[in-house]
Structures are given as C-alpha cells and as structure tokens.
Design a binder for this molecule. Structure first.
Ligand SMILES: Nc1ncnc2c1ncn2[C@@H]1O[C@H](COP(=O)(O)OP(=O)(O)OP(=O)(O)O)[C@@H](O)[C@H]1O
Ligand SMILES: [Mg+2]
Length: 601
C-alpha cells in the first residue's frame, strides 16, 4: 500500500489539528450518550408519581412540575438533558471547524502539488492525455480525494465512537433487547452503501452528459460564424436537442432513485422503533424494564441511525477517493524527463546561439513513424538560416526540439558546441524566442500579451517590441491602444496583427535565438517585405531560424535547408540551391509562375 502511505503524508502537516478534532468528536459523542439516560430518568420519575385512579392528568402534570416533591429531580434531569445536548452540539461544531478546515487545507496543498507537477511535465505528457482529462485531475479528482481527509475520516471516527458508546449503554440495560434493536441496522448500512454507489455512478454519467452538452454549446458559439455561413443552425439545434433530451432522461432517473432513498431509510428506522417497543413492552410487562427504558432505547436507535447509514455511504466515498487518488498519483509519479538533471552544467551562464543537429531522429510519443530522420544541420551563432519544405515535412517538429519541448529520439542537438541536455533548461528557454505557427493570444490586454515572457516590462519596452514587430501603428489605432482587451472579453485581431503581436512577444525578451515558424504567412507579400526590412535590422547578431512557405521571404538567408519527409535533402544559399536545380529550384520556379499569374489577373 505504498500509494496510500503517500497520500497519508498529507495528514502530517496537520496532525495536531486532526488529533484535537478527533478528541472533540469523541467528547461530543460521549455527552450525547447521556441524553437518553436523563430522558429515561425523567420518564420513570413521572410514571412513578402517576398512580392509577388519581385525578386528571392535567392536575398531575401541574402538580408534578410546580408543587410536588418530584419537581426538583425532574427539573434537574431536564436541565441536565439540555446541558448535554448543547455541549455535544458545541463540540460537534468544534469538530467540523477543525477536521473539515484541515481537510480544506490539505486539498489546497494537494491541488498545488498537482498543478506544479502538471506545469513541470513535458509536452509529451500533453500529447498523450486529452486536455479535458488533465483538467479533471487537477479539479474534480482533487476534490474527491479531499473527501478522504474530510468526511471519510470524520464519519469513520464518528461511527466507531458513537456506536461504541451507545451499544455499550444498550447492552448494560439489556443485551437481549439490544440484539433485537440492532437487527435492522445492517440492512440500513447495506442499503445506504448500495444506493450511494448507484447515485454516484449515475451522477458521474450525468456529469459526463452535462460536459458533452456544455462542450457542444461552447463549440457552437465559438464557431458561430461558420455555422451561420454554412446554414447549419437547424442541424446544430437538433444536435443540441438530442443531447439535452438524453440528459433530461438520465436526470429524471436519478431523481427517482434519490427519492426512494429517504422513505426507505425512514421505513428501516421505523422498523427498529417498532421492534424496540414490541420487545421492550414484553420486558416491561414482565417487570424487567421500566417505561423509561423504552424511551431511552428509542433515542439510542435514533442516534445510531445516521452513523450506521453513513457507514455505507462512507465506504463508497472512500472507494471513490481512492479511485481519484490513483489518477492523481499517476500524474504525481509521471516522469519529468525534461528538467535539469545531474549532468546539467550549472556553470553555463550565457549562450551565444550556435545550433547544431547531429544525426537527429525523432518520433512523436505513441507513434511509429519518424517525423525527423537523420537530420544534420549546422547554424553558426548570429547566422540567419531558413527552413523550407512541403507541408508536413517536419519543419515545426524540427524547431520545437531546440527549446526542448520534446527531446530527440536518436542523435543529439548542440548549442555552442555542448549537448543541449547539459544546458540549464531555464537558461536555454530564456535565450530562445519562439513564435509558434499557430498564434495563441490570451484574453488579456495587448500589453500583457506582449509582456508575457518577461518578469516585468515597462511601457516603453512593450512599445519598442511592438515597433520592431511592425504592429505598433495598428495598436495605436485602437481606442484603448495597448490596454485594448483581446479575446472573449474584447476585440479580435486580424490574422496578420496576431502574428506580429506574437513576434513582439518573442522579441521583447531579447533572445539570442529567434525562431519564426511561418510567422508572416497571414500578411501580404508587400507588407511582409516591409516587416522583413525592419526585422532584419533587429535580428542582426541573433541566430535566426525562419520557416516559410514563400521563397520570397527567405531567399536572402545565409543558409537554407530544404526538408523532405523529415530529412534535409538540400542545403545552401538561394543562389547555390538554384544552380543545383533540385527540389528547391522547382519550388522556386513554381512560385514565380504563380506570382506572375497573380499579377496578370
Ligand atoms: N503531436 C504530434 N503527434 C504525432 N504526430 C505529429 C504531431 N505533430 C506533428 N506530427 C506529424 O509529424 C509530421 C511533421 O509535422 P510538422 O508539423 O513538423 O510539419 P510542418 O513541416 O511544420 O508542416 P506545415 O508546413 O504544414 O506546418 C506530420 O506528419 C505530422 O502529422
Ligand atoms: Mg509547421
């Protein structure tokens, strides 16, 4: 049970609080057990005064309460009864304030651990798990594991101590009656176990159905332009209706099961009470028990019901907590293969930016085919290199290996002549400004989006970066300028504006290596030319890797690599490659003709 031990480690920090809470709970139950005793005494004293054939009941009660010699003992018992119940209630409040609060704190610790780990895990992990699954682990599963530290622990202690105290008292009064009174309780437990299991399973199914509906609705609304343009409203409506209908049916089924729960519970409790009255009645007639004992017993049975029912429920929640913990533990024990290890050279404090690939091959995790095969490539520090090739040839894959979003399957990558794995990861990534192929901007201000990769950037720095990426003028045209909100709560930038904002985000970090993955694809050739002129100046002195489908973009590069099916098949300057008359020149001529045709039209 190594895994459970690991979970129990989370208790450690709060041991003191948990012990105190447990003591409160035991004390609360201890005082609760006294209330049936005081009730019995009261009833017995009243019944002793009542002699058959005396005056009206009203007279007797009045007499008993205010004038008779019995008033003091009854008043005393009543006060004691109130006293123990209040005390027990106060202690229960203290219990919840300690145990449940501790469980919330543990939940907080656990969630932070899971989140830290998720952020540390490499890209590989995210290609293996769906983002929805990861999300559930960080949220719902953590909440379910909290149950283990909260309700599961609390109800277990509660059931044990309360049942212990109460059954002991019951046996002291009458072992035989105890046996009868307890008879229906195992059924109660079993029933609660069964029904809470059923409710849980069903709730999960309903939850999933709900997620489907929510996901579908979200998808519809975020693709609303497409839906309208393709006249798909009715189809979407129907799809949504079907899912909704299925949700309604499942929900009603659950409601029915839930509404069976309480009547059945009450029936079983009622059964216990009837048995007590019947069996105890016999004993009273025989003179072995008093009427007060019947009252006492009924209260015992009532006090036992909840802990006994909760036993079934607790077992169920425990099982669920464990299932969730298993999923979380999987994440926590997942290997973070890309991080600083023993062989990392912490003495490396800066990088020049020379990049070399030596016989690099790469397969995406879980796939059989090589996305890169035997890549050999050398880019000197400060050089301006370009990568071209047909779509799917492996360009994006190649550049993502440089900031170690993935590690190579075979071969090695060197930075300034040293294996990339010996370079501290933070330093490596700090020196790389990667502009990914699909631009992602956060629902935040433009300024925040540009400053994303920096600790703190001043307004000037943000504006300069925007200027370098040639997007400053566009931004200043917006009413709120750099404070303009993007995304769901704001405006949408055009494709080209987005790309340039992403370039500004990379440049503001002043990286030694700049990687532009098709980052100007959304602007027209003329604008691109203007941007490039500016960028060239800015990129001087930095190692640049530029991926593009347009040869016009990269023809001035110091060195061009032509990638085909994961392998570099040609390399050289634009001039050299044209003289070569290989694939590159075919691609170039094709684009030339396309351009001329476009100009004719
Ligand atoms: N996460 C992934 N898991 C599995 N295979 C992948 C993954 N990402 C890319 N691939 C595959 O790797 C190959 C190379 O893809 P890559 O994105 O590097 O091509 P590319 O040259 O950048 O194409 P494009 O010009 O269209 O951007 C493709 O066959 C692609 O299907
Ligand atoms: Mg790509």
């Amino acid at each position: 049970m190594g895994s459970l031990q690991k979970l129990n480690q989370y208790f450690k920090k709060y041991t003191g609080t948990i012990i105190i809470g447990s003591l409160f709970l035991m004390a609360s139950n201890f005082f609760l057990v006294w209330s049936p005793i005081f009730l019995r005494r009261t009833v017995d004293e009243i019944s002793q005064i009542q002699k058959p054939g005396s005056a009206s009941t009203f007279h007797n009660v009045f007499h008993v309460l205010f004038t008779s010699y019995a008033s003091w003992p009854i008043a005393k018992n009543a006060l004691l009864l109130i006293g123990v119940v209040v005390l027990s209630g106060l202690l229960l409040f203290a219990t919840r304030q300690t145990l449940i609060v501790a469980s919330r704190k543990i939940e907080f610790d656990l969630r932070n651990d899971v989140f830290d780990k998720l952020l540390a895990l490499p890209q590989r992990f995210y290609t293996q798990y769906k983002s929805g699954e990861v999300y559930v682990r960080a949220t719902e599963d953590v909440t379910k594991v909290r149950d283990y530290f909260g309700p599961v622990y609390m109800y277990t202690i509660n059931t044990i101590t309360r049942a212990g105290f109460i059954i002991t008292m019951m046996i002291i009064v009458s072992p035989r009656l105890t046996m009868w009174a307890l008879l229906p309780l195992p059924f109660l437990s079993a029933f609660a176990y069964w029904i809470s299991g059923y409710i849980n399973d069903y709730s999960r199914i309903i939850q999933e159905q709900y997620s489907t509906i929510a996901g579908r609705a979200q998808e519809s609304f975020s693709s609303i332009r497409l839906i309208k343009a393709y006249n798909r409203e009715q189809y979407e409506q129907k799809r949504f209706d079907d899912e909704s209908e299925s949700y309604r049916k499942k929900k009603l089924r659950l409601d029915m099961i839930e509404s069976l729960f309480h009547p059945t519970l009450n029936f079983l409790i009622g059964l216990s009470v009837v048995i007590v009255i019947w069996k105890a009645g016999e004993l009273v007639i025989d003179g072995r028990l008093t009427v007060g004992n019947i009252a006492e017993y009924i209260l015992y049975v009532a006090y036992l019901t909840w802990p006994v029912a909760s036993l079934g429920y607790t077992v169920n929640r425990f099982q669920q907590s464990m299932a969730s913990w298993k999923r979380i533990d999987e994440v926590l024990t997942e290997e973070v293969e890309i991080e600083d290890k023993a062989h990392t050279n912490q003495n490396i404090k800066s990088l020049e930016g020379g990049i070399e690939f030596r016989n690099v091959s790469f397969k995406y995790p879980g796939t059989e085919e090589y996305a890169l095969k035997n890549v050999n490539m050398k880019v000197e520090a400060g050089q301006n290199a370009a990568i071209v090739g047909r779509t799917g040839s492996g360009k994006t894959t190649l550049v993502e290996l440089i900031p170690r979003l993935f590690d190579t399957t075979e071969g090695e990558i060197l930075i300034d002549g040293q294996n990339i794995k010996t370079v501290p990861l933070r330093l490596l990534r700090k020196n790389i400004g990667l502009v990914p192929q699909d631009t992602f901007l956060f629902s935040d201000t433009i300024a925040e989006n540009i400053a994303f990769g920096t600790q703190e950037a001043t307004k000037e720095q943000i504006e300069i970066a925007a200027e370098k990426a040639q997007v400053r003028d566009n931004i200043l045209d917006f009413e709120k300028k750099f404070e303009t909100m993007l995304g769901e709560r704001g405006i949408t930038l055009s494709g080209g504006q987005k790309q340039r904002t992403a370039i500004a985000r990379a440049l503001i970090r002043d990286p030694k290596i700049v990687i532009l993955d098709d980052s100007l694809s959304a602007v027209d050739t003329k604008t691109e030319e203007a941007i490039l002129q500016h960028l060239r100046n800015e990129l001087k002195g930095r190692t640049t890797l530029m991926i593009s489908h347009r040869i016009s973009t990269i023809k001035d590069a110091d060195i061009i690599f032509y990638l085909e099916e994961g392998t570099i098949v040609e390399q050289g300057t634009h001039k050299e490659l044209l003289e070569n008359e290989g694939r590159y020149s075919v691609m170039y001529n094709k684009q030339l003709i396309e351009q001329e045709l476009a100009e004719l039209n």
